[in-house]
Design a protein around this ligand. Sequence first.
Ligand code: BTN
Length: 323
Amino acid sequence: MSKYKSSILKLLHQNREQYLSGQRIAEQLSISRTAVWKTIEMLKSQGFQVRSVHNKGYQLTGYPDEWDQDMMQLVTQQSDFFKQRFVYKEVSSTQTVAKEKMLEITEPFIVISEIQTKGRGRFNRQWNSMGEKGLWMTLVLSTEVPLHKIMTFNLFLSLAIARTIRTVGGVDAKVKWPNDIYIDDRKCCGFLTEISGDASAIHHIICGIGINLNHEIQDFPVELQQKATSIKAATGQSVNRYVFLEKLLSELEIAYHQFLTEEFSAIKEEYKYYSNMWDRRLRYTEGRNTIEGQAIDILDDGRLVVRSDDGVIHQFISADIEI
Ligand code: BTN
């Protein structure tokens, strides 16, 4: 591997809207133009698409289909909030890997994998995690959070993810309480928040996020094809996974800081505005109880208020909600 790969990749990625001349790259990195040319040839052989135009220079126009380790380091290092990043080609579940690593690492970190062989969702459901199409990631946040506050974590996080999907994907993403993101009434993202701690406080939040980015509808198992979507399936446009990840990490950092320092009431109106749950009759299941009714509010502690068909008011801490 060329020793200049990372630095040239960084320059090309940061300037991807324009051309950079070989001369400029060489000068900025104090290397020869031949070294620049050789490195660019190597990038191309690794799946990067670099357009070269005489008298203009080089432009990065495409990225490898699989997560590239150097590119991942570059993108994830933009956020110095997550102190360590672990990128794998295949794991059983990033959630499992994160929990093992958590025993030794005390600062925030992320685990990402191209493929998960045993990706799992809420209620122990299987999470479909095929390679090269989505983003399968776990964040570990080491913190002291009072127990009562954790319910709102998902709500802050939902807005951060929905914001990223709207900005990078250019599509109207809605939040579905407590931890899904929908586009056109189909699920494109779910996340799973697990905690470790003791009776007085939480010490770690282990949050696994799965986002469908570049799936075609046929990529989903038949039973999900009416319910699931990806940004590409919804818009017809592929998403650059690195650009998406970069934006997502910065939004997550902001949302986490806000979660620690502010109350849910600070974002409640925005959350309600982007929610897809109002004015519709839905089925809510918590434990063994199922009701049908309409969501009417979210309380400041994050509980969802639902009026069932018989007029009774229910408050949910968590629920499986069918759309
Ligand atoms: C859900 O909607 O039920 C939550 C899905 C969470 C999926 C993510 S993908 C990354 C992390 N690893 C897992 O095994 N699950 C979460």
